[in-house]
Design a protein around this ligand. Sequence first.
Ligand code: GDP
Ligand code: IMO
Ligand code: MG
Length: 424
Amino acid sequence: MQSLAIIGSQWGDEGKGKITDLLGQKCDVVVRYQGGNNAGHTIIVGTKKIVLHLIPSGILHDHCVSVIGHGVVFDPRAFKEELEDVKRGGIDVTPQKLRISENCSVITFYNKLLDGQREAKGPVKIGTTGKGIGPAYEDKTSRKGIKLKDLMNKEVLRAKLEANLIEKAVLFDHLYKVDYPAVEEEVEKLFELGKLIEPFLCDTFSFLDESIQQDKRVLYEGAQGVLLDIDYGSYPFVTSSSTSAGGIYTGAGLPGKYVDEVLGITKAYTTRVGEGPFPTELFDEVGEKIQRIGGEFGATTGRKRRCGWLDLPLLKYTVKASNITSIALTKLDVLSGIENLKLCYAYEYEGKEIDCAYPGIDLAKVKPLMKDMKTFNDDFKDNNQSSELQEYIDTIEKAVGIKVGILAHGPERSEIKFKQDYFQ
Ligand code: GDP
Ligand code: IMO
Ligand code: MG
């Protein structure tokens, strides 16, 4: 195997950072291809906690080249902060180790402002991270976006920002009635930040092409999860990018090849941050207990994550939607010892029983059908699983039709069991 994608199979925060960091040890290149600094990927190394938002999780390995592909929306201000933060953590970040596509779309101050105003004053609150992701992708698809390479030329930047602000100014002045910086102020700020970013810029498509031709091992690090995908997710409560494996082909480029395997990172239960329907959500003390033991707080916004049981109709769907070939089941330690363990095996929806979701299904209207599972009390000290845990895993494998290749039972690098070899 030469290429593997890490995809969140739920609503994000499944533990992608930890798995990317571990498998990144065996790779030459780690690539982010969609989303932006709405992501929060946590890696624990000993007593150190590193949270990456924009920089790929391969950055912790000196032999790895980390790539930010052109499908990522890039906030230069956030990048400066993250770079300083990561360097303060003792991690070396050089232009040899980090390559950023000159064609990434830029998140401007105006995008972030618009995101915040819509959330505060708009008719539907999505519960976004407030990072300007949606408005930046809107600019990109409406062909008014700023690209990172534009930051190198003040005249180009000024002309594009002026054109870009025409419609937004009307919204800021008349709809939201909010102050915003003059174009010249934003030009100066972005031009200055451009100088910091310039050494990292390159044609990442050709870099990846050459790496693939040279049989380098490439890991694609997805952000968010399939249920937040703009097409496959629980629309409108989604993010604005293609979070499924499909996003790799448009957001990074995989010249002349397909990704060999897709690893679906799956929390042993379900969490969600932000608004939107959540069929197996728990509103009782069991949900609170999982939230507490699992430390379920957003890595980007610090918000409490909503918690619920594992949802097999959703998992079966995301496995199909993202061509997932095996599963990494994470946070099993959190479920260990939980009494009255349950999982959802099907939905009652529009008078029928269904065991697989699909695009456009109204998750607010499904009735989850629950199955009682036996409590497992594993301490994960050796390589064996209790029969109760094995039954939990078997039930998942049977429902989704693929194998669980990894069991994670703690945040640290060592707290993992490989049932399958990746990049042997
Ligand atoms: P990501 O966005 O998918 O990378 O996930 P986050 O970093 O946002 O959230 C996952 C959280 O769970 C982080 O705090 C991780 O350190 C932690 N974590 C990852 N795997 C495990 C696990 O198997 N058990 C426990 N207890 N924590 C884990
Ligand atoms: P990682 O990569 C969990 C959610 C937000 C909100 C919706 C839209 O760490 O798994 P956005 O700011 O993207 O427009 O918000 O998507 N969201 C995430 N939830 N993990 C993430 O990333 C997320 N990125 C965005 O909470 O509901
Ligand atoms: Mg996260």
